[in-house]
Write a protein that binds this ligand. Structure first.
Ligand SMILES: C[S@@+](CC[C@H](N)C(=O)[O-])C[C@H]1O[C@@H](n2cnc3c(N)ncnc32)[C@H](O)[C@@H]1O
Length: 294
């Protein structure tokens, strides 16, 4: 039986499907029919850029070398992001979550706030969290704030560590935030050291669980949409276990955990839904806990 080949390059449907499976197995990212065109175009571009003639050569090099595998992966990641991408989320974080954390933790020693930005791309999300904390948490400087920002993409993380932004990425940063938290450079605006100190970046694949300690809040926005239903469930369960009782999970606008058997309280606000992990006392009152409802 002859395999269908892509125009100009030796890439059969079978090879494309092997590559798709390899990526899904290792990262959880699932290229379904709606992203089929994007997937095959990017793989073909990569084959051309590498000067390879056949899909089998690409598959062999990806299986043999992690560097080669990551080189293709980087081309396939969707890393669109911006500061304060959903203003409603940051408003809820400022007006609801931070005041609650303040009451709960102010008298603790050390006074620590731990937040995870899972799938942070080029850093706009964790820095937006840091700006919100710096500007609205009472006595922010007296807290030990740890924002762990992770992503599977190395290039994106390098950009995040440089912390230099311009154009559309910072369009939603207001004048005051710009003056307080950025220094103007020739080619953009650089995050000031006070915010940089709050954020640590690490390469991490969400499909390979690593123990990170308990978190007060987890932001995983616009990442789950790329995963299969099964992976999504496993990840949401892991987020639940990682959160402190009373901790919050933030997801992207089009992501819901409806029908998932996790015991989050879904708090529906005008512009976003927050998922709160109930405390042990609250778990004894089932009327307060809605199973994964959105
Ligand atoms: C569309 S961006 C979202 C960025 C940011 N959270 C936001 O909402 O603006 C999705 C990010 O998820 C990352 N990602 C995808 N699969 C991942 C995985 N298995 N492990 C870690 N990060 C992953 C991508 O590299 C990308 O940076």
């Amino acid at each position: 039986m002859s395999e269908r080949q892509g125009p100009g390059h030796g890439l059969s449907e079978h090879e494309l499907s092997e590559i798709r499976m390899l990526i899904e197995e290792r990262t959880g990212i699932c290229f379904d029919e709606s992203r089929e065109r994007f997937f095959s175009t990017r793989v073909r571009e990569h084959l051309r850029a590498k000067g390879l003639q056949r899909g089998t050569d690409l598959l062999r090099s990806m299986r043999k070398s992690n560097v080669e595998y990551e080189a293709l992966l980087e081309r396939l990641l969707t890393q669109e992001t911006s500061f304060f991408r959903y203003p409603g989320v940051y408003e809820a974080f400022e007006k609801r979550v931070l005041p609650e954390m303040h009451v709960k933790k102010f008298w603790k020693n050390p006074r620590t706030l731990r937040i995870w930005s899972a799938g942070c791309s080029t850093g706009e999300e964790p820095y937006s969290i840091a700006i919100t904390i710096a500007d609205s948490l009472s006595f922010a400087d007296s807290w030990n704030v740890e924002i762990l920002a992770t992503d599977v993409g190395r290039h994106a993380l390098k950009h995040a560590e440089r912390g230099v932004y311009s154009g559309r990425s910072i369009a939603s940063v207001n004048e005051k935030q710009l003056a307080n938290h950025f220094s103007a450079l020739e080619k953009g605006q650089q995050i000031k050291p006070r915010l940089r100190k709050m954020v640590s970046f690490a390469q991490m694949n969400l499909a390979s669980p690593v123990y990170l300690g308990r978190m007060d809040a987890i932001f995983c926005m616009n990442v789950l949409i790329y995963f299969s239903e099964e992976r999504r469930r496993a990840l949401v369960q892991r987020f639940y276990e990682t959160l402190e009782p009373g901790g919050y999970l933030f997801l992207g606008h089009s992501e819901s955990i409806s029908k998932m058997p996790v015991k989050f309280q879904a708090i529906v606000l005008t512009d976003c839904i927050l998922y709160r992990k109930p405390t042990a006392d609250e778990l004894l009152k089932p009327e307060l806990v809605t199973e994964g409802r959105a």
